[in-house]
Design a protein around this ligand. Structure first.
Ligand SMILES: [Mn+2]
Length: 356
């Protein structure tokens, strides 16, 4: 049950009213929820006459172009390609939003600028354990599907929209639907009564869901599907404790010419096997191995990520990393590290499965 305090909503409204330059940020490697929430809020604030910039640590994946292309040229800046403009937007605004992340270190190279930023800071997020001290106003709620859903309910609670989704800019409605759809894996997980209420209102407001799902799920490149086949057939291992894991090395990434976002959703597939209780996906990056973890009810992906992979996230969906050479010397050591870690984790689970 989402509990949004009226006093916090009026504080939010007042802060927006007083601000002229507003910057909206999200986490590294923005996904549909991060980008969708930013784009949705961007258009709402623009309509209120504000000067708005979206600043992201790195570029959005191409499959989100149908929402990110609605942002005016130069208004969506990524730190990786234009550090000076990104820095200007963070340091020169009077109000800054942090969407879909719980602590500044989740913005990677932007972290220092975020720390130094003197603008009033507002958090809107659905991850566990927010770094509350960093923000003036905190909207943190884990009982929602996504930041997009939470943002939707916050917007609806304001006197600007008064619960009428039809008053949202149409692009914002589409972007909110996109964020919720990708974070729930198209209504497969983290769906709450409030999630369906949101979806229903957005459909009524005219969101073209067929167009959206077409962009999200039916425009992959052939190489993604071929790689998925190869990984499932030759690479996926399942431990005796019911943990599936796949390891994608750079050689294979290059062989298939993969782009950012191409492996989105791979980690979910092994969970469709009855005996699999947790799935881990390891992807080699330049100086680290990126880790995604998904689990079924009763197993905490969040705890596993925190204990063994320097990460965290949500109870059933989390991420982390293995550093080269501190945790593993190279990608070839990932399999034995992973097996060890998940064996320890699953055995510990037997004795403390009430742990949240
Ligand atoms: Mn999210």
């Amino acid at each position: 049950m989402i509990d949004i305090s009226p006093s916090e909503i009026s504080a939010l409204e007042q802060l927006i009213r007083r601000a002229e330059k507003i910057t909206v940020t999200a986490h590294m490697r923005p996904d549909g929820d991060a980008a969708g929430s930013c784009v949705a809020l961007y258009h709402c604030l623009k309509e209120m006459g504000k000067e708005v910039r979206i600043v992201l640590p790195d570029a959005c994946p191409g499959y989100l172009g149908f929402i990110t292309d609605t942002v005016s040229p130069g208004h969506m800046i990524d730190w990786e390609t234009d550090e000076s403009e990104a820095r200007k937007a963070i340091c020169g605004c009077d109000l800054i939003f942090s969407l879909d992340y719980n602590a500044f270190h989740r913005t990677g190279k932007m972290e220092q600028a975020m720390n130094d930023c003197t603008a009033y800071r507002i958090l809107i997020d659905h991850h566990l354990n927010p770094d509350r001290g960093e923000f003036g106003l905190v909207f943190s709620e884990t009982e929602v599907s996504s930041t997009a859903e939470y943002l939707y309910h916050i917007l609806m609670a304001t006197s600007i929209y008064c619960g009428d989704a039809g008053k949202l800019p149409p692009v914002s409605a589409l972007a909110l639907m996109t964020g919720m759809t990708t974070d729930t894996n198209n209504f497969a997980n983290s769906v709450f009564p409030s999630t369906l209420r949101m979806a229903s209102s957005l459909l009524e407001a005219g969101v073209d869901r067929d167009m959206m799902t077409g962009h999200l799920y039916n425009e992959y490149r052939e190489s993604r599907v071929r790689l998925m086949g190869e990984l499932l057939y030759t690479n996926m291992k399942i431990t005796g404790d019911g943990v599936a894991y796949m390891i994608l090395d750079r050689k294979t990434i290059e062989k298939y010419g993969l782009q950012e976002g191409d492996t989105e959703g791979f980690v979910n597939i092994p969970l469709s096997i009855g005996k699999v209780r947790m799935s881990c996906f390891f992807k080699e990056d330049t100086d680290r191995i990126r880790v995604s973890i998904r689990s079924k009810k009763g197993i905490s992906a969040n705890r596993c990520a925190a204990l063994y992979f320097h990460g965290g996230g949500h109870e059933l969906a989390a991420g982390g990393r293995l550093t080269i050479p501190d945790d593993v010397k190279s990608v070839s050591e990932v399999a034995s590290y992973a097996e060890n870690a998940v064996r320890k984790f699953m055995n510990e689970k037997q004795t403390s499965c009430t742990e949240q």
